[in-house]
Design a protein around this ligand. Structure first.
Ligand SMILES: NC(=O)c1ccc[n+]([C@@H]2O[C@H](COP(=O)([O-])OP(=O)(O)OC[C@H]3O[C@@H](n4cnc5c(N)ncnc54)[C@H](OP(=O)(O)O)[C@@H]3O)[C@@H](O)[C@H]2O)c1
Length: 256
């Protein structure tokens, strides 16, 4: 298989790190993203040692800041001549209190929706330079659990709970995936596919650090015992990134 240039957001732990390791094992050039440079360097070293592949680079940006997302895309353009696979994996289930970023935007939507959308848009030119490019957006089965969408209140100013913000962000991510696929088709672009996926219920650090309220915090802790390993959670994304079977499939949602 030809080596692909793959950018994975949120690859310092959990599912993203497993995707990065598997793709490095398969000889791909992997760029792992995170917000903490020291953690990124440690993970890059681990993946290089485990895979024997030295083509593991790091790129840093806090995805709560849209200007950092833009800077990250600009840095990517300076460093690489094309992008074959973009995996928008970074995401979180946040606190019981609504929080806003420095830009004044609700944090869950910023991380789970606005950042991946901005990254897709900013890197489209780089994906166009690939003979066959793919975008994979990590959504969630929780997209069914956010309640009734309210496009007049995307920032959850009127009604907020972490589950609602998370569920709706993942629903909108699927809508944005379909929208991107349609936009690319309308422009006659055939070499970029864009799909969304649910990785399964996976035992990672997901939702473990946030304060969601006593009962929800306990449910998240207990659930860890019944969840899949991160390597299983990574499987659908690895399949979507590399399998010839999905070469021309776009605008779809893949359950794990
Ligand atoms: N685990 C599940 O059961 C499950 C189920 C459905 C969907 N998903 C989705 O799968 C994806 C991966 O989740 P996971 O389970 O692997 O979670 P995780 O272990 O918590 O990893 C999340 C990753 O996102 C990064 N991240 C978080 N906030 C960030 C920010 N502001 N800027 C930059 N990076 C940030 C984290 O970096 P740090 O190391 O700096 O924190 C980490 O690398 C998410 O989109 C999640 O919604 C997970």
């Amino acid at each position: 298989m030809k080596s692909k240039i793959v950018l994975i957001t949120g690859a310092t732990q959990g599912i993203g790190k497993e995707i990065a390791l598997a793709l490095a094992n398969n000889g791909h050039h992997v760029i792992i993203h995170g917000r903490n440079n020291t953690k990124l360097q440690t993970v890059a070293r681990e993946i290089k040692n485990a895979s024997g592949n030295n083509n593991v680079d790091i790129i840093t940006a806090d995805l709560f800041s849209l200007s950092e997302v833009k800077n990250m895309a600009d840095e990517f353009k300076r460093r690489y001549d094309r992008l074959d696979v973009l995996i928008n994996n970074a995401g979180a289930f946040l606190n019981k209190q609504r929080e806003v970023t420095g830009d004044g935007l609700e944090k869950t939507m910023t991380l789970n929706l606005f950042a991946p959308f901005l990254l897709m848009k900013s890197l489209t030119d780089d994906l166009l330079k690939s003979s066959s490019a793919r975008i994979i957006n990590l959504s969630s089965a929780m997209h069914r659990r956010g309640g009734r969408p309210d496009l007049g209140d995307v920032q959850s100013e009127k009604k907020y709970s972490p589950a609602r913000a998370y569920g709706l962000s993942k629903l909108y991510l699927i809508w944005i995936t379909r929208y991107m696929a349609k936009q690319l088709a309308d422009k006659g672009i055939k070499n970029i596919t864009v799909n969304a996926t649910h990785p399964g219920a996976v035992a990672t650090n997901f939702g473990q650090d946030s304060d969601k309220g006593f009962i929800t915090n306990m449910i998240f802790k207990i659930a860890l015992f019944f969840m899949d390993k991160p390597s299983k959670g990574a499987a659908a994304s690895i399949f979507l990134a590399t399998s010839p079977e999905v070469e021309n499939i776009t605008g779809e949602f893949f359950d794990n």
